[in-house]
Design a binder for this molecule. Structure first.
Ligand code: AMP
Length: 293
């Protein structure tokens, strides 16, 4: 694996069908599952590692976001990445950014309500990665289901010749959705109730409940000591709030537990619709490996 800091050098090295997995680093098994999935779909696999300042609405969150290039390089290489694209700010934003990509119809709800400007930052940086690396396929996790919808629509609307592919959520062995921010969680019992609520809603759906408000209240009723931001049943493609779960959709939740903001969801897809509850690890996550945090 080569670690490279510029678009030009990356483009000079890739060949055949190119796969891209964008990340902000501090890699865990959720990232690794996307990398392994991408590996089977391409000849040259690029993972990008960039903590993108323009998608953070809170400077404290940006400042304390975990960063460890040596750790990430070892994980990416072992997972099968050919090129780790790790640009600096100068490469990503050489001049003040005067252009923004925004998908308001999909972005201005749920996360967009609580994280002002977040998706403009995401859509813009992903557009830059697609333009600069020119992948044939790019993978994103269902963990960020609204982001997956925004990126899919953005790439289609701007005619990027790329397939956007989603991957299932990877969960820790107790069910908590993996996130690089999990290392900061203090009240794990409270954090776990997000997952418990979503699984209860998946159970209710499997028992025949398709009313959106009822499914949302099943999630809310399971929550412990968390500061809830939203629970919403949303159309998987348009992110519009759904009255009835009768098409591909996800029930998304965002909440703060202590100082840590977490998001999670359960995704419903296929014909007939089936709940994608994610995949649980059988052992403790690499997030907690000694010397890595
Ligand atoms: P991040 O580094 O958090 O920006 O995530 C990079 C990519 O990994 C995004 O497409 C995320 O949706 C995806 N991802 C993050 N956590 C998980 C997870 N637990 N399971 C699956 N994909 C994930």
């Amino acid at each position: 694996m080569k670690t490279i800091g510029t678009f030009a050098e990356t483009r000079a090295l890739v060949s055949g069908r190119i796969g891209l997995v964008p990340t902000m680093g501090f890699l865990h098994e959720g990232h690794v599952s996307l990398i392994e999935h991408a590996r089977s779909m391409c000849d040259t696999l690029v993972a990008s590692l960039y903590v993108n300042p323009t998608q953070f609405d809170e400077s404290t969150d940006f400042d304390r976001y975990p960063r460890d290039l040596d750790r990430d390089s070892a994980i990416a290489a072992a997972a099968g990445v050919d090129i780790l694209f790790a640009p600096d700010d100068e490469e990503m934003y050489p001049t003040p950014l005067l252009t923004q990509v925004h998908v308001p119809a999909l972005a201005d709800r749920m996360e967009g309500v609580h994280r002002s400007g977040h998706f403009a930052g995401v859509a813009t940086v992903v557009a830059k990665l697609l333009a600069g690396i020119k992948p044939d396929v790019a993978l994103f996790g269902r963990k960020d289901a609204q982001q997956l919808a925004v990126v899919t629509t953005m790439a289609a609307d701007l005619s990027f010749p790329v397939d956007i592919v989603g991957g299932s959520i990877v969960r820790e062995r107790d069910g908590l959705a993996l996130s690089s921010r999990n290392i900061f969680i203090e009240d794990r019992t409270a954090a776990l109730t997000l997952h418990v609520g979503l699984m209860a809603a998946a159970d209710a759906f499997e028992q025949g409940v398709i009313d959106g408000a009822e499914l949302e209240s099943v999630v809310v009723d399971s929550l412990g000591d968390v500061e809830l931001e939203y629970v919403e049943l949303a159309d998987a493609r348009t992110t519009e709030r759904l009255v009835t779960l009768d098409r591909p959709a996800f029930i998304a939740i965002a909440a703060r537990i202590g100082g840590v903001r977490l998001i999670d969801n359960v995704y419903f897809t296929g014909t007939p619709l089936v709940a994608d509850r994610g995949n649980r690890l059988g052992a403790e996550s690499m997030l907690y490996d000694e010397g890595d945090s």
